[in-house]
Design a protein around this ligand. Structure first.
Ligand code: ZN
Length: 166
């Protein structure tokens, strides 16, 4: 860490303190050359993989985009904001389990469907309709819906841990 006053590289840490529930560190530093003191902050930053779109282009992962898609699917349903928060958190963890470098938009779509399926069947169908329209695969969508109907009849809705396989 260079001294901001004289640019000397030789600075000494006087004190380190954890802030904000332990994910931020504040350090008091002193420059050995000019003796001036300054403070630095280190913050944990989770790095999400790049998203590879269907046309092969990549874009930065955006939590707000994921959230917007789920919000639309859950519109006017009895789904609480905290439930959506949890789903977004779980999907992000699952994305990072796939890769910390690149993940496809189709993988993200599948994860969203897996979680919505257990959150609310209507939200799931809405999201799936948009997803499969994008993929232009109506037959696959209809077959999937048939499978889901069987699934809902045979199994009670519950929280699940998704094990993603590539
Ligand atoms: Zn200095």
């Amino acid at each position: 860490m260079f001294c901001p006053f004289c640019q000397t590289e030789d600075t000494k840490v006087l004190d380190s303190r954890l802030l904000a529930e332990g994910n931020e560190v504040r350090r008091r530093r002193k420059c050995e050359a000019c003796q001036k003191r300054f403070t630095t902050y280190e913050k944990v930053e989770v790095s999400m993989p790049l998203v590879v779109k269907r046309d092969g282009r990549t874009e930065d992962y955006r939590a707000d985009k994921l959230r917007a898609g789920i919000d639309v699917a859950c519109k006017k349903l009895a789904v609480k904001t905290e439930q959506i928060d949890r789903v977004v958190g779980n999907i992000e963890k699952a994305i990072m389990d796939i890769s910390d470098k690149e993940v496809t938009s189709s993988d993200i779509g599948k994860l969203v469907m897996m979680y919505l399926r257990h959150l609310d069947p209507v939200a799931y169908v809405r999201f799936a309709a948009v997803y499969y329209r994008e993929f232009k695969d109506v037959d696959q969508f209809l077959n999937r819906l048939k499978e889901e109907e069987k699934h809902f009849k045979s199994q009670p809705t519950k929280d699940v841990t998704v094990e993603y396989q590539t």
